[in-house]
Structure formats: C-alpha cells, structure tokens
Design a protein around this ligand. Structure first.
Ligand SMILES: [Zn+2]
Ligand SMILES: [Zn+2]
Length: 75
C-alpha cells in the first residue's frame, strides 16, 4: 500500500490546509463562514499552506494568486 504522505501538518493534525486563505488565521481557529462566503466572490489573500501573502492578479477568467513557495492557484 502506498498512502500518500500528508502535507505539512496543520494544527492538531487536521486535514486540509492549515490557514484560512482569506483572513490568514488558523483554519482550526473557528468557523470561517464569512471568509467562505467572501471567497465565492474574491480571490484568496493568503496562501493556505504557508500563510504568505499571495500576489493576486485578476484575469478575464477570474483570478490567479501566486505564492512564492507554493506556486499558482487559480479560480
Ligand atoms: Zn478566515
Ligand atoms: Zn505557500
């Protein structure tokens, strides 16, 4: 069996990215309902993996956000 290695561990072994990509707070810190709602409309501001500020560009198809460490996310 070859289970994929987990990514860089988040807080308390939670699954998924450790950081909220909108407010930059720990994803486990609480419900990010407002962030989730805003993220339907807006690009992310923080890299969910490392909390770096991402370089966001709006493009005709939506947006791209670049983390210097983790590369590009796009809508
Ligand atoms: Zn948030
Ligand atoms: Zn990153």
């Amino acid at each position: 069996m070859s289970a994929p290695l987990p990514r860089t561990a988040g807080p308390a072994g939670t699954d998924g990215p450790p950081w909220c990509d909108r407010c930059g707070e720990p994803a486990a810190a609480g419900p990010h309902d407002a962030c989730g709602a805003a993220r339907q409309l807006e690009p992310p501001r923080f890299c969910p993996d490392c909390r770096r500020r991402m370089k966001v560009q709006v493009v005709p198809t939506g947006w791209t956000a670049v983390c210097v460490q983790h590369g590009e996310l796009r809508s």
